[in-house]
Design a protein around this ligand. Structure first.
Ligand code: PMP
Length: 306
């Protein structure tokens, strides 16, 4: 259940949570014509609330809209200001931020011309996406029978709402089969990512992740983790990963705004390494939480204080 807050920002105004509704003939509801983001705000060391890599998320949102040809009257700057306003109005010290741009009422054909563009920003409290237990001890994943959306039919690097039907099916299948999360291959058979997370594998001290051309989203947590690992002196290689490569990894973890850094302890019924989160995974996880909480000065430029 989403934990209700007081207000949702809609097209420039703060509207009471229960009144933030749209018409059932909104184009986006029928055809998945929308783009969205997922952002987190954290309570920092000194008590303030900071939104992590806020600009980067809003820039990705505006770029997703451009990629799918959805006109948007708001700039990334306008949207960061609106999100700060919404967090403050909801008196949230920490939480999740969900901006969404979609076609509303005005057209019922596939051609959205004539439909208005609507923009909302919702914020609410959201704990660990893959569970506290998963964060601490790792999760169990399996390769999905569904392949990740490809560059041939959609835009894997944009967060388009319609494309997420693919992720939803993979997630549901994983849960139905008793796993915590799905691993998705692309149509060429190489690893792309999780249903809503990027994938990292560790071989001794080499860290490997699929390239974005393989259909992985250019994750902001992925980028953060790559920078943190680089600054710690690790080699990070972006390369195609085959299904069999999965079974030889010493460590594996997911990254994502919602999932943060979540260790993977089992893949397709095989334990990863010792079956417990490995040293590099734990180090990255600790570093990431220190960074988002403002405990490391070197990375404080990634925090946008409310
Ligand atoms: N892949 C997919 C499909 C996602 O939905 C997300 C969440 N936005 C990610 C990866 C992780 O991206 P980020 O680190 O920017 O949240």
């Amino acid at each position: 259940m989403v934990q209700a807050a007081k207000y949702i920002w809609m097209d420039g105004e703060l509207v009471p949570w229960d009144e933030a509704t749209v018409h059932v003939l909104s184009h986006g509801l029928h055809y998945g014509t929308g783009v969205f983001e997922g952002i987190r705000a954290y309570e920092t060391e000194d008590g303030g609330t900071a939104i992590f890599r806020h600009d980067d998320h809003m820039i990705r949102l505006v770029n997703s809209a451009r990629a799918y040809g959805i006109p948007c009257e708001w700039s990334a700057d306008d949207l960061t200001k609106a999100a700060r306003e919404t967090i403050a109005a909801n008196e949230l010290r920490a939480g999740y931020i969900r901006p969404l741009i979609f076609y509303g009422l005005g057209s019922m054909g596939l051609n959205p011309a004539g439909a208005e563009t609507r923009t909302i920003i919702a914020t609410w409290f959201w704990g660990a996406y893959l569970g506290e237990e998963g964060l601490a001890n790792g999760i169990r994943v399996a390769v999905s029978s569904w392949r990740r959306i490809s560059h041939e039919g959609l835009i894997p690097n944009a967060k388009g709402t319609g494309g997420y039907l693919n992720s939803v099916m993979a997630k549901q299948e994983a849960i139905r089969n008793g796993y915590d999360e799905a691993l998705m291959l692309n149509t060429a058979g190489y690893l792309a990512e999780g249903s809503g997370e990027n994938l990292f594998l560790v071989y001794e001290d080499r860290v490997v992740t699929p390239p974005t051309i393989a259909g992985a989203l250019q994750g902001i947590t992925r980028d953060t983790v790559m920078k943190l690992l680089h600054d710690e002196g690790h080699d990070i290689v972006e390369r195609n990963i085959s299904r069999s490569d999965l079974y030889y990894a010493d460590e594996a973890f997911f990254t994502g705004t919602a999932a943060e850094v979540t260790p993977i302890r089992e893949i397709d019924g095989r334990p990863v390494g010792s079956g417990k989160p490995g040293p590099i995974t734990k180090r990255v996880q600790d570093l990431y939480m220190d960074v988002v909480s403002g405990r490391i000065d070197r990375y404080r430029h990634w925090l946008d204080f409310v």
